[in-house]
Each structure stands twice: as structure tokens, then as C-alpha cells.
Design a protein around this ligand. Structure first.
Ligand code: UFG
Length: 330
């Protein structure tokens, strides 16, 4: 089996992917600078771990040569929309410039297959729901722009150097690995489901609902939540399809089902059987009313099908949060 270099493999989606790669018999090497990832999230002894930067040419080259890396899953990035609005240069540097540098090193080492972690944020405020891949890309924040620019860099590097790539545009990743051993631990936490569950645990007084006057049935924003294990599966299938000759390109990964903020909170009350106090507040700037994926293309090209329901996402996340109330800091 081939060796896969996973950048950002100590992060939320990266650590889940590493675990599944190893389970499926791949060799995996993690490269993570631990700026937001957690060393403890890379549990399995068989995963080689390097703390370092994707723009460190020497380090990347030595990892590729030492482990015989033939493909890469590139997660390492900053991912806070609000932070990107305040510090766009940070996102353009860390997410875009460093990725281009990283791809250049990979090209020089002869690594040809790249799966890239992209985002629904490339669509900005889409005029069509569900969102197909061909819809116009008009990011409304530097985070989405920084990812779109990497997709474009990959297109040009394919043309010039024959790099093969798939960009997976994630919708709202949620849930945790089913044993509850690894999970989502961001600092600061900004995502709805972990915040709702921290409220159920009594770590927060209330969950804020950002805006109740959206043009949706209950007035709150609708998102397409997708289980992190379904995302992981999409990465591995994309890598396998690419190696079998699938054309490069971008694919949406969502379930196609939208749930409102209120529906998520209600489901969390059922799953946790706890009180979850709610405070209704102003809209959060930059939030589109509805984001739901059309992931027909990923399903057709990869033979991928999301398996998990919202209840299962929340239940698995609850298993993680209730057994790790302080996340990895224990
Ligand atoms: N929300 C609340 N209260 C909170 C947190 C979130 O009401 O305390 C709402 C948000 O307004 C939004 C929904 O819950 O309507 C989901 O918010 P998240 O922050 O969990 O996720 P986003 O949809 O904002 O962000 C996700 C990814 C980003 C990506 C974006 C694409 O996390 O990386 O989708 O638009 F950029």
C-alpha cells in the first residue's frame, strides 16, 4: 500500500482521516505545526508524526523521500471566517502562499496526487440551492478566497506540471469518530454543534442563536451538516479514483439535507436529554441564510454516499464532548 502524507493531520478532520487511512491499510505520515491541531489526536502508533511547516522545503522533501510518499491529503490551514476578515493577509499567507510553496516542493519530489481541503465558503452567498459545483464562485471572506485561490493554483499546476488533484468543498463538518476517542476541539470554538453540546454540559450558560429573521421556515440559518467520517470516506475514495485515472476537479461534499439552527438545538436536546438554554441575538455578519450542497457529482464519480444522519452526528459528538469536556486538555 502506498504512503499518504496528511498535512494538518492533528486537526479535527485530518485526525479522523488518518485513523481511517490506517484502518484501511494505508501508511500515513502526519505533518502538522500544531498551531491549532493536537498531538494527542494522532493516536495510532503506526502514524508517523512530524511537527513542522508545509512551507519547509527541506522537511517536506525529507519526509517524502524517507517514507516513499506518493500522494497527499492537504488539510493544514487556518479556518476561522471571522479571523480572516480581521487578518486577511494571514489567510493569504498561511492558506494560499504556503500551499503554493508546498505544491512546488511536491512537484519537485515527483508527488503527483493531491486531495485538497476546500470549502463551501468559495460560493459566497449562492443564488441557487442546492449548490452545484459550477455555480459562480464569489467568496465573501478572505478564508473562502484563500481556498479558491489554491484551487486555481492547482488547475494551473496541473496544466504546467501534470499534478492531479481533487478539491473537496466541505459543507458543515460535524460529529466524531464512533468510539469517542478523538473529536472536535477548537480554541476558540465557533461552530454550532460543539457550542450547543458545551451548553448541554453546563460549560456555557446558553447557546446564542445568531438571527431569527432569515427567509427560512423558522427564521434561523439552514446548513448542510455532514459527519466527519463521511468526509473522511470522500477523501479516501477521491484519492483512489484519482489514482485510477479520474480527472482532476472540485467536488461538493455535503448530504444535501439542510437543518436550521433551531432544529439542531432541538435534536441536541433529544440526544443529550439535557436542558439547552437559548438566547436569540443579532445576525452574525456574513452568514448566508441557506447553504445546502448538491453532491451528485461526488456520488457519481467516487461512488460515495453519505451514511450518517444529523442525530448520529450529534450523538457521536456528544460521546466525545461528554467524555472529554476539556477536549484534549486533560
Ligand atoms: N450559529 C449560531 N450560534 C452560534 C454558532 C453558530 O446561531 O453560537 C449559527 C451560524 O450563524 C450558522 C450556523 O449556526 O448559521 C452554523 O454555523 P457554524 O459556525 O457552525 O458554521 P458556518 O456555517 O458558519 O461555517 C462553515 C464552516 C466554515 C465555512 C462555512 C462556509 O465551518 O469553515 O461553513 O460558509 F467557511
Amino acid at each position: 500500500m502506498s504512503c499518504v502524507l496528511v498535512t494538518g493531520g492533528a486537526g479535527y478532520i485530518g485526525s479522523h482521516t488518518v485513523k481511517v487511512l490506517l484502518k484501511r491499510g494505508y501508511e500515513a505520515v502526519v505533518l502538522d505545526n500544531l498551531s491549532t491541531g493536537h498531538r494527542q489526536a494522532v493516536l495510532v502508533d503506526e502514524a508517523h508524526f512530524y511537527q513542522g511547516d508545509i512551507a519547509d522545503d527541506e522537511l517536506v522533501t525529507s519526509i517524502v523521500e524517507k517514507h516513499g510518499v506518493d500522494s497527499v491529503i492537504h488539510f493544514a490551514a487556518k479556518s476561522l471566517v471571522g479571523e480572516s476578515m480581521k487578518h486577511p493577509e494571514m489567510y493569504l499567507w498561511d492558506n494560499t502562499a504556503k500551499s503554493v510553496r508546498f505544491f512546488t516542493t511536491l512537484k519537485e519530489c515527483g508527488v503527483r496526487n493531491i486531495i485538497f481541503s476546500s470549502t463551501a465558503a468559495v460560493y459566497g452567498l449562492p443564488e441557487q440551492i442546492p449548490i452545484p459545483e459550477y455555480l459562480e464562485k464569489k467568496p465573501v471572506n478572505p478564508y473562502g478566497e484563500s481556498k479558491l485561490m489554491v484551487e486555481k493554483a492547482l488547475q494551473w499546476m496541473e496544466q504546467a506540471h501534470g499534478i492531479k488533484w481533487v478539491a473537496l468543498r466541505y459543507f458543515n463538518a460535524a460529529g466524531a469518530e464512533l468510539t469517542g476517542v478523538i473529536g472536535e476541539d477548537h480554541n476558540p470554538e465557533t461552530h454550532l454543534i460543539p457550542l450547543v453540546l458545551q451548553t448541554a454540559l453546563g460549560k456555557r450558560e446558553a447557546i446564542q442563536v445568531f438571527g431569527t429573521d432569515y427567509d427560512t421556515p423558522d427564521g434561523t440559518c439552514i446548513r448542510d451538516y455532514i459527519h466527519v467520517l463521511d468526509l473522511t470516506d470522500a477523501h479516501i475514495l477521491a484519492l483512489e479514483a484519482l489514482k485510477k485515472g479520474m480527472s482532476s476537479g472540485a467536488l461538493n461534499v455535503g448530504t444535501g439535507n439542510g437543518y436550521s439552527v433551531r432544529e439542531v438545538i432541538e435534536m441536541a436536546k433529544e440526544v443529550t436529554e439535557r436542558e439547552i438554554p437559548v438566547v436569540e441575538t443579532e445576525r452574525r455578519p456574513g452568514d448566508p441564510a441557506v447553504l445546502v450542497a448538491d453532491s451528485t457529482l461526488a456520488q457519481q464519480l467516487l461512488g460515495w454516499k453519505p451514511q450518517f444522519t444529523l442525530r448520529e452526528m450529534i450523538a457521536s459528538a456528544w460521546k466525545w464532548h461528554s467524555t472529554h469536556p476539556e477536549g484534549y486538555r486533560r
